[in-house]
Ligand binder design. Structure first.
Ligand code: G6P
Length: 596
């Protein structure tokens, strides 16, 4: 994974690249580094941890540079340390390279390189060393491009590269295969980057590179080649807005993003109301099977979609997480409708499922928050969400926007198939007013010290509440590092109940009347073993069954997932804050996982 950005332009290149890297930190923040020319030599500076550490290192030098490339790392090959941080170079320091992706045949290539003392454990360094061996300082541009292509052809796996060659102090070379890479087009400057957030402040003009593309940028030139031939690619203007990346008055992006849940729903709905669904409607009428796949939080949104479509509309949905889906060889056919949910539109596991479904000639639909993402170019129909840029690794407002888009789809399904609609568009719209702001339930705050040091916490629910429990547990574990597990209420007695004792805290949900009695029995079972029950429900009469009761605003039952998830998101954030951790950047994770 990782994020890369390269800039050629004015003499504030270092600042520009550092700021670009900060906006790419969602792709990984294990370490970071930059490379640039110092007099006629290539040099790099690296640092472990967040970009601010690198920035501090560079502050002392106050360098004016016009060509800089930078990298923020999510460790794959080699532990997280300074040596493995990018950029990597060849033994003579004539090539400096940053990489996003995985070179699958790097061990074989490494073994072929004789007399090279490798400084890191990375696959990336192998490429830098090969380039250094193949390309001489005296090679001209044409020769370098040919040799570059020759080396690229040896590589198996995925890569987005940005490269500096010592003999070209006005150019950044690049190459793309299966990892995202785009060019930001400016006047007297150009960028190459993993995505637009790296340069949105400077330009909204973008060239989306395709697999096999390579070339170089200089201040005034963009040269793209594919398989030895120079080609031209269209320049597009992106609609994304830079202002949204501000943290404002909030103490974390996660806090800000939870408070924007209502806007995410409202904006998504306003756009979807004007979207022409006729192409999709035709497919819905004739499709044989519906498949849904996604990862992480997006998968949990997909689970709610499946639940409502199956229980309210009696339409079967086949769902699995993308990393499993791809290798199960599901019977996807040209009559299938495949729905892919991805906030970023870049998740490698999800994209590989799109490729699989495309091969089977299925009709592919993407629900994504990033209109310029790769998934939008791969599918037959895009249902955009408009949550705004989500910075925090833990997805919150994007989950609500995904639910909103999925509920809208359910509405479209009902419309086409002439089924009774379980809710109206106005009902969803009304949620947007309830869900703005950060509500911070006072009761929630009070009880956190009671369980913050527990080794494990449990989330339990039935029906849609089980699916919410899964998301609540994921949110809390990913940012607080407390082990959290979600159970379906009825499953407890089949094994998990043995974990419950008088120290256990169980977050229980009851949002569906028909399942309330059954869930209450499960609560009694847990209470009898001494567990403390924190119950989230709109049914106030259930209060006495709980140790602590968190009331929920009452809306139509099928819409309760929108309401119930909010205190669970807040719970995760508040626990993390109490533990003194940064909720926006949990260890070992990244916002966008672009490796399989
Ligand atoms: C990562 C993130 C999660 C996210 C998942 C899917 O694991 O940490 O927050 O839910 O990827 O991301 P996507 O962009 O495809 O929705």
């Amino acid at each position: 994974m990782c994020g890369i950005v390269g800039y050629v332009g004015g003499d504030n290149a270092l600042d520009i690249v550092l700021n670009g890297l900060k906006n790419l930190e969602y792709r990984g923040y294990d370490s970071s580094g930059v490379a640039y020319f110092n007099k006629n030599n290539l040099v790099f500076k690296k640092s472990v941890g967040e970009i601010k550490n690198l920035q501090q290192k560079l502050e002392k030098t106050n360098l004016k540079k016009t060509v800089v490339l930078g990298h923020t790392r999510w460790a794959t090959h080699g532990e997280n340390n300074l040596k493995n941080a990018h950029p990597h170079c060849d033994k003579n320091k004539e090539v400096m390279l940053v990489h996003n992706g995985i070179i699958e045949n790097y061990i074989k290539l490494k073994n072929e390189l004789k007399n090279v003392n490798f400084l890191s454990q990375t696959d990336t360094e192998v490429v830098a060393q090969i380039l250094g061996r193949e390309i001489s300082f005296f090679d001209d541009k044409k020769v370098v491009l040919n040799k570059f292509l020759k080396v690229l052809k040896k590589l198996k796996g995925s890569y987005a590269f940005a490269v500096l060659f010592k003999q070209f102090d006005d150019k950044i070379f690049f190459a793309k295969q299966k990892s995202p890479l785009i060019i930001g087009v400016g006047q007297n400057f150009n960028f190459v980057a993993s995505d637009i957030s790296a340069f949105l402040k400077h330009t909204k003009k973008v060239i989306n590179l395709e697999d096999g593309d390579y070339g170089y940028i200089s201040k005034k030139e963009i040269k793209i080649f594919n398989n030895g031939k120079e080609i031209s690619r269209k320049t597009a203007i992106v609609a994304d807005n830079f202002d949204e990346i501000n943290i404002g008055k909030h103490s974390s992006f996660m806090e800000k993003e939870i408070s924007e849940g209502g806007y995410a729903i409202k904006n998504t709905l306003l756009h979807l109301k004007n979207l022409d669904f006729s192409k999709l409607k035709k497919v819905i009428k004739g499709c044989d099977k519906i498949f849904v796949t996604a990862c992480g939080t997006a998968l949990h949104a997909g689970m709610i979609f499946k639940y409502i479509l199956e229980t309210k509309c009696k339409i079967d949905v086949i769902l699995d997480c993308a990393s499993e889906f791809r290798y199960k060889n599901f019977l996807v056919t040209k009559k299938s409708l495949c729905i892919f949910i991805s906030q970023s539109g870049e998740t490698a596991d999800t994209l590989s499922c799109v490729l699989y479904a495309k091969k089977k000639k299925a009709f592919c639909v993407a629900i994504t928050n990033v209109l310029s993402s790769r998934i939008t170019k791969m599918v037959d129909f895009v249902v955009p969400t408009f949550a705004g840029i989500e910075v925090s690794v833990a997805s919150t407002k994007a989950y609500l926007a995904q639910l909103c888009a999925l509920y809208y789809l359910i509405y479209v399904f009902c419309d086409v198939l002439k089924l009774k609609k379980p809710f109206s568009v106005e009902d969803i719209f009304a949620l947007s007013k309830i869900l703005n702001n950060f509500c911070q339930d006072k009761n929630l705050l009070k009880i956190i010290p009671n369980f913050i040091n527990n080794k494990s916490l449990f989330f339990v629910g039935r029906g849609q509440d089980y699916l919410l429990a899964l998301e609540g547990a994921l949110k809390l574990k990913e940012i607080s590092y407390i082990h959290c597990e979600a159970f379906a209420g009825g499953e407890l007695k089949h094994g998990s109940l043995s974990l419950i004792d008088e120290k256990s805290y169980v977050f229980s949900l009851i949002t569906q009347k028909k399942l309330a009695d059954k869930m209450l029995s499960n609560i009694v079972e847990m209470k009898s073993r001494g567990a403390k029950i924190i119950l989230f429900s709109q049914f106030k009469n259930l209060k006495d069954n709980a140790t602590y009761f968190i009331p929920l605003k009452k809306v139509k039952e099928s819409l309760m997932p929108f309401i119930a998830i909010k205190p669970l998101q807040e719970l995760a954030l508040l626990c993390t804050k109490q533990k003194g951790l940064n909720p926006d950047k949990p260890r070992n994770l990244a916002k966008s996982v672009t490796v399989e």
